[in-house]
Write a protein that binds this ligand. Structure first.
Ligand code: KG4
Ligand code: ZN
Length: 342
């Protein structure tokens, strides 16, 4: 019998639901994005995000069942992002999930947001660079999102060792902040990638190698862009392409180099990229050309926040621990808002 999970994700400015079968087969995925709502503020406004999520719960749930052509009888478990994320946003998803689990007498599986991003690589449908088998362990994982930059070694399902992380800005955050400096729309990541396409770099920008560690730092690079903008474009940047390209080159070089080195040091049999910045084509190309083992990434719509990845991660968590569930009547269920994967 297939095991079907209905999953919810609401950690930031997306409210999403998905139906995933056996951790790999994506039956339906609906994402209500608030990107346009927050674009006018140049970043996510937490209070606005939480309130908007409340309006999305019913239509997104109805939408995902309709898209899959299923009804509640085919749902075996509920899963939901437990954190990390914005408190008000998380609460909407967690409480919706608990209510559904209680009403339907189903388990409610809590999932760490970053673990979810990684498991987007286990979803089967037509992934780019997908050869039909799950990534072989040990897997070297590069997580690059708006809130996180981490290198993790995954020896098996649920077993994560953190090798390094950012000491300041996350990679996506750096893209967003530099996008703003260059006068590009929010979110900055896709806008910078578009602006940089087929352009020559303005000049070589610095790389923070932090030698001898697998840690990252992007705030110095951001400041370097700021200085160049102030010095060379005091009236504002009219042609962001060359600086966008130089910035992207610097971020991609450091991410790809450290990931490649870690994969070799820990004898990884595959490399996966996860999180919003994994949608970046230049990062994918650099990793593919430098790594000696296969590099996988999810299709762009599964790189940014979505619930399908939460359903996939929940399946493997539940396999490892069949009793795993939120206590529906406690405010302190397993690991709510806890940081750290695993
Ligand atoms: O994973 P995600 O959707 O949300 C978080 O959990 O943070 O990541 C969003 C981040 C944003 O900072 C956005 O600028 C970045 O991912 N991003 C990109 C690209 N697409 C999204 N960064 C670089 N290149 C892209 N193509
Ligand atoms: Zn995310």
């Amino acid at each position: 019998m297939p095991h079907t999970i209905l999953s919810l994700e609401s950690s930031c400015d997306e409210f999403a639901a998905a139906l995933v079968e056996d951790g790999r087969e994506l039956l339906a995925s609906v994402v209500a994005s608030q990107a346009e709502l927050h674009a006018r503020y140049g970043g996510v406004v937490p209070e606005v995000a939480g309130r908007e999520h409340l309006r999305s719960v019913a239509p997104v749930l109805d939408g995902v069942l309709a898209e899959a052509g299923r009804d509640w009888a085919s749902v075996d478990a509920i899963a939901v992002t437990r954190g990390p994320g914005l408190g008000g946003s998380l609460l909407v998803g967690i409480n919706a999930a608990k209510a559904l689990a209680w009403a339907r007498d189903l388990p409610c599986i809590p999932v760490h947001h970053i673990e979810g991003h990684l498991y987007a690589n286990w979803l089967a449908p037509s992934l780019d660079a997908y050869d039909g088998t799950p990534p072989p362990f040990p897997v070297l994982c590069l997580v690059v999102s708006g809130g996180h930059t981490e290198l993790l070694l995954m020896r098996d399902h649920g077993h994560f060792q953190r090798l390094g992380q950012t000491l300041d800005d996350a990679a996506g955050e750096a893209f967003d902040k530099v996008g703003r400096l260059l006068g590009l729309p929010f979110p900055g990541g896709p806008a910078i990638e578009r602006a940089a396409r087929d352009r020559d770099p303005a000049a070589r920008l610095p790389r923070a190698w932090l030698r001898g560690t697998y840690d990252f730092s992007f705030s110095g690079l951001k400041t370097a862009v700021l200085h160049r903008v102030r010095k060379e474009h005091p009236e504002g940047v009219t042609d962001p392409g060359p600086l966008a390209r130089a910035f992207q080159d610097s971020v991609v070089d450091v991410l790809a180099e450290k990931t490649t080195r870690a994969a070799a040091e820990f004898d990884a049999r595959s490399v996966i990229i996860a999180g919003g910045v994994a949608a970046n084509g230049s990062l994918r190309a650099a990793l593919q050309s430098r790594c000696a083992v296969p590099v996988r990434w999810p299709p762009p719509r599964l790189c940014t926040d979505n619930a399908a990845m939460i359903g996939a991660a929940a399946h493997y968590r539940r396999q490892a621990d069949p009793s795993l569930s939120f206590d529906l009547f406690s405010t302190s269920g397993p690991g709510v808002f806890q940081a750290g994967v695993g």
